[in-house]
Write a protein that binds this ligand. Structure first.
Ligand code: SF4
Length: 389
């Protein structure tokens, strides 16, 4: 029996700092406490109890939910349906500031915005908003740093500092949704339509908070922001118990698996997590996810020059995916964004083209992923949360 069977829950931490990902914590981890409790962290009963503590009747909680999820408001001044004397109290109790904007970098003529946020304990995280003609996508972080240690990835070099709370995750979405509604993004007022958990962190490493955030993002107001679950993508490096647990939730979110290599030999080197859950286990789980949700799984594949981008890799990838049948997966080869001081570099364009061609000839749908935000280090694997001058 292997270690996976002995520890079926390996890889899912209930939140906080315990569990299987403790192994790659950053050095200053110990001094950090918990983020302030926020409306988005509380159950309905907890909200009602909290309201009672400050002398507010139950129905005020519903009004607050309307402000928060329906109108993206947390400012006391906006609570016009509240007695003037109670507004500040309510805002302070339920909406402590969880993410504070440090810097904002803009690219693609204002249609890509990368924001660096400081959390209550000084931790830095990032989110990236990308506006396209028919949709607007926000890429959000779910952990401070990442404990997966992929050697080609800027975030991986940081190690894991801590899990983010549900409130910290949801706040990234609220602020972006408000900015879109208010016309603060180039292109005028619009609607935030898509969310991808592809910023800092391994979402399955912070399962409980991520799932709570998914529910709050997808529920209709006043329970959530009303962004369809079908437009939410949860990515994972291949934490198999997390994939299986998510499949059982019955929420039709899209799953994205960062595969990056078609064989265990190569993937062991590129994605250390492969030693815990190998390519067969990961692909089995991904295919089961497809069967359970009927959502096509995205296979993310960062193309690295001379390492995983050759014809033999494309052929093996196609073979392994076709083993499970047709049309269940969509491959997104991503040109690697080289990070400073790294030996990993982006593929040659002709190798990229050949890689795609081989997949397509084998009947696999494949699209070269957009590298929006590359000039502001905002594309995949580049979120290093550096504070700039
Ligand atoms: S590639 Fe993804 S899983 Fe790997 S270290 Fe980077 S953020 Fe973590």
């Amino acid at each position: 029996m292997n270690s996976v069977n002995e520890q079926p829950e390996t890889g899912i931490t209930p939140g906080g700092t315990s569990g299987a990902f403790r192994d790659v914590l950053s050095k200053d981890h110990a001094r950090r406490g918990k983020p302030p409790l926020h409306f988005a962290d509380m159950s309905d009963d907890e909200r009602i109890a909290k309201a009672e503590e400050i002398g507010l009747p139950k129905f005020r909680v519903k009004q607050l939910a309307n402000h928060y999820y329906g109108h993206f408001d947390i400012d006391a001044e906006e609570f016009s349906d509240f007695p003037a004397a109670r507004r500040a109290d309510a805002a302070e109790t339920f909406f402590p500031e969880l993410i504070h904007e440090v810097t904002r970098q803009v690219a693609d003529e204002g249609e890509t915005i990368k924001t660096l946020w400081r959390l209550f304990d000084g931790s830095l995280i990032e989110s990236v908003l990308m506006r396209y003609p028919t949709r607007t996508t926000l890429c959000i972080s779910s952990q401070v740093g990442c404990g997966m240690g992929c050697p080609f990835c800027a975030t991986g070099q940081l190690g894991l500092t801590r899990n983010m709370s549900a409130g910290e995750i949801v706040e990234q979405v609220r602020v972006a949704a408000k900015a879109m509604r208010d016309g603060d993004v180039a292109g005028g007022p619009g609607r935030l339509s898509n969310i991808v958990f592809m910023g800092m962190g391994e979402p399955m490493g912070n399962y409980r908070s991520v799932l709570s955030a998914v529910r709050q993002i997808s529920a209709m107001p006043p329970e959530g922001f009303g962004i369809s679950a079908r437009n939410i993508t949860v990515s994972t490096v291949g934490v198999v118990p997390g994939i299986r647990k998510l499949a059982a939730e019955g929420i039709p979110v899209r799953l994205a698996v960062s595969l990056h290599a078609p064989s265990d030999e190569l993937r062991d080197e590129l994605v250390p997590m492969n030693k815990r859950f190998n390519t067969t286990q990961v692909l089995d789980a991904a295919h089961d996810y497809y069967l359970a949700t009927k959502r096509r799984v995205s296979i993310e594949y960062a193309l690295m020059r001379g390492i995983n981008d050759q014809a033999e890799h494309a052929r093996l990838l196609a073979k392994r995916l076709n083993h499970y049948g047709d049309d269940w997966a969509h491959v997104n080869p991503i040109p690697l964004n080289p990070i400073e001081g790294s030996k990993w570099t982006a593929s040659k364009p002709e190798d990229e083209r050949r890689f795609l061609e081989i997949l397509r000839n084998a009947g696999i749908t494949a699209t070269l992923r957009d590298t929006r935000g590359q000039d502001i280090d905002g594309a995949c694997g580049q979120l290093a949360a550096k504070e700039r001058d």
